[in-house]
Unconditional design. Structure first.
Length: 94
């Protein structure tokens, strides 16, 4: 499932949620940097949570970088709790 927020005919934020082994996974959340901190991310995540709950799903996962303080604050403010698990990040040199 995906949803977006528009302002003045331009997409300023979006989220993409996918199926996962635990129920659902918030695969992507993006907000135009100058507009971050204005509640757009919260609006998108809350909309996704309501939709998933209506579908009977009871758990959603998300992952973010350990040093991404704005994301960590957002997810904590919405009730997400850390699992204590860590996932490797891969890069490919071109």
């Amino acid at each position: 499932r995906a949803s977006a927020v528009e302002a003045e005919g331009k997409v300023v934020g979006y989220q993409i949620t996918t199926a996962s082994a635990v129920g659902a996974h918030l695969a992507r959340l993006a907000v135009d940097p100058p507009l971050q901190g204005n509640g757009i991310g919260s609006l998108l995540v809350c909309d996704a949570l309501r939709t998933l709950a209506r579908r009977g799903l009871r758990r959603i996962s998300v992952n973010t970088q350990a040093d991404n303080r704005p994301s960590l604050r957002l997810y904590a403010s919405l009730g997400f709790a850390p699992t204590g698990q860590s996932y490797p990040v891969y890069t490919f040199m071109l």
